[in-house]
Ligand binder design. Structure first.
Ligand code: GLN
Length: 468
């Protein structure tokens, strides 16, 4: 049985009875057996026989004429900072190395209702702190296009799993680019929905005002289908809400953004964006160039706000209720201090210190409050741009995949990799990354389309047209 690569074709095959879920799953596990020892995308993998048994049961019910969701029997991988009941959820941290979630994230609950089969949990930088998946306490993932290079991060495990053909679908999370940037570096599609479109319940918190769960897939259509499954208001996340359906105009106005195409964006990436702009014109879009003058302030603003929120969110890891607890402590203070010192990695510690400093009495006006004000200006800058453009077309990563180890000892170099992905996060707007050719080394390049808040459907519709 020939197994197709896209979810759309899988659904068609299942409906036509020319394909079984068992065949899909067997193919996934065969591919994993061939390549996972090099790619290292998974932190936990459901045993093959267990997943295949689930698939066979779905095949049996479908064959018996039971009315199942069309997606029943499609496999998916989940980033390890999203809770799946009775599976580990480590968030890439030693702190949660033995933590088994007693509940499902809302997004996962919805996947299971749609009949999807979760086959594993994927690698991530600790708590989503990083851009390469090297800051995982459990070792790094490699890029399926070149094992000497990073897959990007922090959803590097999910992006690599899709790029390697292990799964057609994966969930990632994006605070400052963690779905979009690894999608770009691995040559797959990554979607950051409008903030609030997907419930954060069951997502291990990094920076709550920017955290989103987002789909990774091989096509725009598949990513859109996955978003439709997981989106919607949820009583367990008061920032979540429903959005009205939106449509892409027949002749959308596209703007390229000058600041994004200048250094540090490399020339091959900039050329890919210009080539995508030319294609946009051939599919009916009009093209202008615009400026987002606040771009130069976005990185500093992001790292202050993200670290302040992270320092606060990580306060819960005190060794008392769950997570790592130091042995032989002499007092409660000693126990908390030693638990945290032993189990947080160096990037987590760096961010706790930066965030605590930026929010502390005497400094918060200068740093945290100032950053919140600048965030407002960045949002206004986007609003202004969207008065004249339906979609912005930009790069999301200034370079293609870099060598493993190249930036891992230099936190500032690593932060700089996020310069083009964090503005959309601060503004809370949706953005999608689609593959757009390769560089001279044969490494994938991605281009990013961004839309006004809530216009995810319109964004997806145009991205689909462009990708075709
Ligand atoms: N690289 C960014 C950071 O380290 C974004 C990571 C993310 O989106 N989780 O904060």
């Amino acid at each position: 049985m020939q197994v197709p690569t896209t979810v759309r074709e899988m659904i068609a095959g299942l409906a036509a009875r020319t394909l079984t879920s068992e065949a899909i799953l067997a193919n996934c596990y065969d591919t994993i057996a061939q390549r996972e020892n090099v790619v290292k995308a998974f932190l936990s993998l459901v045993p093959r026989e267990q997943a295949l048994a689930q698939a066979r049961e779905i095949d049996r019910r479908r064959a018996a004429g039971e009315k199942l969701p069309p997606t029943a029997g499609i496999p998916i991988a989940i980033k390890d900072n999203i809770a799946v009941a009775n599976m580990r959820a480590t968030a890439g941290s030693k702190m949660l190395a033995d933590y088994v979630s007693p509940f499902h994230a809302t997004a996962v609950e919805k996947l299971l209702t749609a009949g999807l089969i979760v086959i594993g949990k994927t690698n991530t930088d600790e708590y989503g702190f990083g851009s390469s998946t090297e800051n995982s306490a459990f070792g790094h993932t490699t890029n399926p296009h070149d094992p000497t290079r990073v897959p990007g991060g922090t959803s590097g495990g999910s992006a690599a799993a899709v790029a390697a053909g292990f799964v057609p679908w994966a969930l990632g999370s994006d605070t400052g680019g963690s779905v979009r940037q690894p999608a770009s570096l691995c040559g797959v599609v990554g979607l950051r929905p409008t903030y609030g479109r997907v419930s954060r319940y069951g997502l291990i918190a990094y920076a709550s005002s920017m955290d989103t769960i987002g789909p990774i897939a091989t096509t725009v259509e598949d990513a859109a289908m996955l978003l439709n499954i997981i989106e919607g208001r949820d009583d367990n996340d008061m920032t979540s809400r429903d959005f009205a359906q939106t449509q892409s105009p027949a002749q959308p106005r596209i703007a390229i953004v000058s600041e994004y195409l200048a250094p540090p964006c490399n020339v091959e990436v900039a050329a890919a964006v210009r080539s995508a702009a030319d294609t946009a014109r051939t599919v009916g879009a009009s093209l202008t160039e615009t400026s987002l003058a606040t771009t130069q302030h976005a990185l500093a603003t992001y790292y202050i706000i993200a670290c302040v929120e992270a320092a606060s969110n990580l306060g819960r890891y005190d060794g008392v209720r769950y997570g790592h607890r130091a042995k032989d402590a002499t007092s409660i203070d000693d126990m908390i201090t030693r638990s945290r010192s032993e189990a947080f990695g160096s990037e987590a510690k760096r961010r706790i210190m930066l965030g605590t400093y930026a929010a502390s009495a005497g400094y918060s006006d200068q740093y945290y409050r100032k950053a919140c004000e600048v965030r407002r200006l960045i949002k206004q800058d986007f609003d202004r741009a969207f008065e004249h453009a339906d979609f912005l077309l930009t790069p999301v990563s200034p370079s293609t995949a870099w060598k493993i180890g190249e930036k891992s000892t230099d936190p500032l170099a690593m932060y700089l990799a996020d310069v083009l992905s964090v503005p959309a996060s601060l503004a809370g707007v949706p953005a999608i990354v689609i593959p757009w050719g390769k560089d001279a080394n044969g490494l994938p390049i991605g281009v990013q389309l961004t839309a006004q808040s809530g216009n995810d459907d319109a964004l997806i519709a145009f991205a689909r047209k462009l990708a075709q």
